[in-house]
Every structure is written in C-alpha cells, then in structure tokens.
Design a protein around this ligand. Structure first.
Ligand code: G3P
Ligand code: CA
Length: 242
C-alpha cells in the first residue's frame, strides 16, 4: 500500500520543517517525513527549505552566513504563538530513535554547493543507526551519486520536475533505488513501468484528493503531501475495500 510522507512535516497545518510539524506528522500516523537540509557557517546540518531564512523565519540573510548558535535564535513559527527554532538534523535523528518513521532528507545543494554536505549527513545517519530508514534525495544528481558512492547502504532518489524518458533506466544508471518526480512530470503509465522495473516512485507534492486516490489505486510506492491527515484518511478507505 502507498506510503504517506509528510512534506516538510505536517506543513498544511504547522510551520514547515519544524519539530512540531514532524511530531504532528508522526502522531497523525504518517509512514514517513520529507525535510530539507542546508549548512550553517560553522558546518551544522540544519533543517530549512530556502537558502535564506527570510521566508520561513523571523531572521534575514543566508543560512550559510550564520553560525548554528546564531540561527537558533530565529523563530521558524512566524505565524504561531510558540517559538519553534530551526531544527538541526541531529535533533530530528535523535527524535527518530523513538519512532519508526522513514525520513527523506533532501539535500538542498542545487544552488549553493555546500562542500562536504553529503559526508556530514551520512556520518550523522550512520551515527544514529538509521541507514535503513533514510532516503537521500536531491535535485543535484552529482550529489546523489556522491552519496551513493560514500554510503551504498543508504537509499538515494533523484528529484526532477521534467518528464524524463524512461526515468527508471536513468535511476538505475546512477544506482538510485527510487525516483522523486514532480507530480505533473509523471503519468500513471510511467509510474507503473518504473515499479515493474523495481524502481520506487514517490511523487511530490500531492495534495489534491483525486491525485491521492489515483496514486493509491496504482499502488505507487509513496506520495509526498503537505496534508498527511487527508491522505491517510483516503488510504484507510482503500484498506477497507475487499
Ligand atoms: O522532495 C520533494 C519536494 O520537497 C521537492 O521540492 O521545493 O518542495 O523542496 P521542494
Ligand atoms: Ca523538499
């Protein structure tokens, strides 16, 4: 049955990429999480989508120009009441010791190179014994290959937003076990072919009920959604069917 991954946590309701959004996604019964990572000036892997802190926090400037101590002072729950700091990846991996979630770590290194990011992430994943519950994805496919070469035991998946011809062959060529396509860049037939060829498919970002139903119907590996509660409700309806 299709797994439900909470995109940036339960981001339809809670501030994206915060511990609160992750905890609520887990509480709702999600199978997995998707989160984004960047590097601070002093090399800490932090969970935030943009290269700059402006959109999602009370701060202003590039993540790469702040130390971890500095960046922690910003509030990533701008519209909420309670302050939520930008989480470190360590915080998330520590919390994952208390649950069974799968976590898709998206390396946000397609605009800024973030030298050494792959090694840092892999080192942490190994330290917390989570190699079999992590999927590393990125729009930077050189980084996907480097991740695979550094840690062949950790699953990788290229992200893409264009309609690639026979993407399962491309995935196999870079030793990725899955693909994470933008929903509009993939058809049911492409998904089915990828699955038949042993390549997992986890499209993003799937928020419309009709799309959720369609993907569950064809037994897509997983879907990445802002609203895991709605997706899980729909999934339950399918599970009840004889
Ligand atoms: O990993 C799927 C999706 O999160 C990729 O796009 O911009 O939401 O990080 P974006
Ligand atoms: Ca992402």
């Amino acid at each position: 049955m299709t797994q439900i991954f909470a995109h940036r946590g339960y981001s339809a309701v809670f501030a994206e990429n915060t511990m609160k959004a992750f905890i609520e996604a887990e509480r709702a019964g999600s199978d997995g999480l998707e989160l984004d990572v960047q590097l601070t000036k002093d090399g800490e892997v932090v969970v935030i989508h943009d290269e700059k802190v402006d959109r999602t926090t009370t701060g202003s400037g590039f993540v790469k120009d702040f130390t971890f101590q500095e960046i922690r002072k910003f509030n990533a729950n701008k519209k909420g009441v309670k302050k939520e700091p930008i989480p470190s990846l360590i915080e998330v991996l520590e919390w994952m010791q208390s649950n069974h979630l799968v976590c898709n770590i998206e390396l946000k290194n397609n605009l800024l190179p973030y030298q050494g990011m792959e090694e840092k992430v892999i080192q942490l994943v190994r330290k917390y014994n989570l190699s079999n519950r992590i999927i590393i994805s990125s729009f930077n496919h050189y980084s996907i290959v480097l991740s695979y070469r550094t840690a062949p035991e950790i699953e990788t998946a290229p992200l893409f937003n264009e309609r690639i011809y026979m993407p399962w062959i491309y995935a196999q060529s870079i030793r990725a076990k899955g693909i994470h396509p933008k929903l509009v860049s993939i058809t049911d037939d492409i998904i089915k072919d990828a699955l038949v060829n042993g390549v997992a498919v986890r499209p993003y970002t799937v928020n419309k009920e009709s799309d959720i139903k369609r993907l569950i119907k064809i037994n897509c590996t997983a879907l990445i959604t802002d609203d895991p509660v709605t997706a899980l409700k729909i999934k339950k309806q399918f599970e009840k069917r004889p």
